[in-house]
Design a protein around this ligand. Structure first.
Ligand SMILES: *[C@@H]1O[C@H](CO)[C@@H](O)[C@H](O)[C@H]1NC(C)=O
Length: 224
C-alpha cells in the first residue's frame, strides 16, 4: 500500500514537473491564424475563420533582409517574427527573431520570460551569453556567466527566462536567426525596464550606487 502511495505521489510529482517545464500549450486544431485585431484573449489570440486562411498566411518574408542597425540607439536591431508579426504562429509554440548588429553594436541585456532561445549566426560573429539566476538548482553557480564569441554557422542556447545579450566585436555586420519556443516569448530589455519605466529615482540611486544626476542621465536616454 505504501509503495503504491509512493508511486502515485512520484507520478504526480513527475507530471507536475512536466507542467512546469512545458512551453506553449499544444494546439487543438491544425492551425489557428491569429485575428490580431480581436486582441489577446485568455491565452493567445482567437483564430480567424479557417476557411479564410490562405497560403500567404503561412509564408513570411519579414526576415529576408538585414535590418539597418544604425537606426537603433545601440547599433543593433532585433526584427521580430512573433505572433503579432506572423499571425500563423498562433497556437504553434514557436517564433523567430533576426538580429543585425553593426561592429561595436549591441543588443541590450534582456530576458524572455516565456521562452528558451537558440541563436544561429548567419554572418559575422557575436560575443553572447547568459547569466544564471541567484537561487537556481545549484547555489555554486549563482550569477554564473556562460559567454563566448559565436561565429558564422555556430549556435548558442539561452535557457528560458535568463538574462542574455549580444555584442558584435567583429569588423563586419553580424546577423543571426534565432528560434524561440513560444509564439509570444516576451522581451524585457533591462536598461529600458529600469530607467525607462518611471521607477522612483531613489530606488534606482540606491540599487546602482549612483547619484541623482547619473540616474537622470540614463532616464533621459531610456524614457520614451
Ligand atoms: C554604428 O555602427 C556604424 C558601423 O560600424 C558606425 O559607423 C557608427 O558610428 C555606429 N553608431 C554609433 C552611434 O555608435
Amino acid at each position: 500500500m505504501k509503495l503504491l502511495a509512493a508511486m502515485i505521489l512520484a507520478a504526480g510529482l513527475l507530471s507536475a514537473v512536466h507542467i512546469v517545464h512545458a512551453a506553449d500549450p499544444d494546439p487543438l486544431q491544425d492551425f489557428c491564424i491569429a485575428d490580431i485585431a480581436a486582441g489577446p484573449v485568455s491565452n493567445g489570440f482567437p483564430c480567424k475563420l479557417p476557411a479564410l486562411a490562405s497560403t500567404d498566411d503561412f509564408a513570411f518574408s519579414g526576415l529576408a533582409e538585414a535590418a539597418d542597425p544604425s537606426v537603433s540607439a545601440s547599433n543593433g536591431t532585433a526584427t521580430l517574427a512573433f505572433v503579432r508579426e506572423w499571425p500563423a504562429l498562433n497556437t504553434q509554440g514557436l517564433s523567430f527573431v533576426r538580429l543585425d548588429i553593426n561592429p561595436g553594436g549591441i543588443i541590450f541585456p534582456h530576458t524572455h520570460n516565456l521562452a528558451t532561445e537558440i541563436l544561429y549566426v548567419l554572418e559575422g560573429e557575436m560575443y553572447t551569453g547568459f547569466v544564471t539566476n541567484n537561487f537556481g538548482n545549484d547555489p555554486t553557480i549563482s550569477n554564473k556567466l556562460y559567454a563566448k564569441v559565436v561565429k558564422k554557422g555556430e549556435a548558442f542556447i539561452f535557457p528560458r527566462g535568463l538574462l542574455h545579450f549580444q555584442l558584435n566585436k567583429g569588423k563586419v555586420l553580424a546577423s543571426s536567426l534565432n528560434v524561440l519556443n513560444s509564439q509570444n516569448p516576451g522581451i524585457q530589455l533591462m536598461p529600458l525596464a529600469l530607467f525607462g519605466s518611471g521607477i522612483d529615482r531613489e530606488m534606482l540611486e540606491k540599487s546602482f550606487f549612483m547619484n541623482e544626476a547619473q540616474v537622470a542621465a540614463l532616464e533621459n536616454i531610456f524614457q520614451q
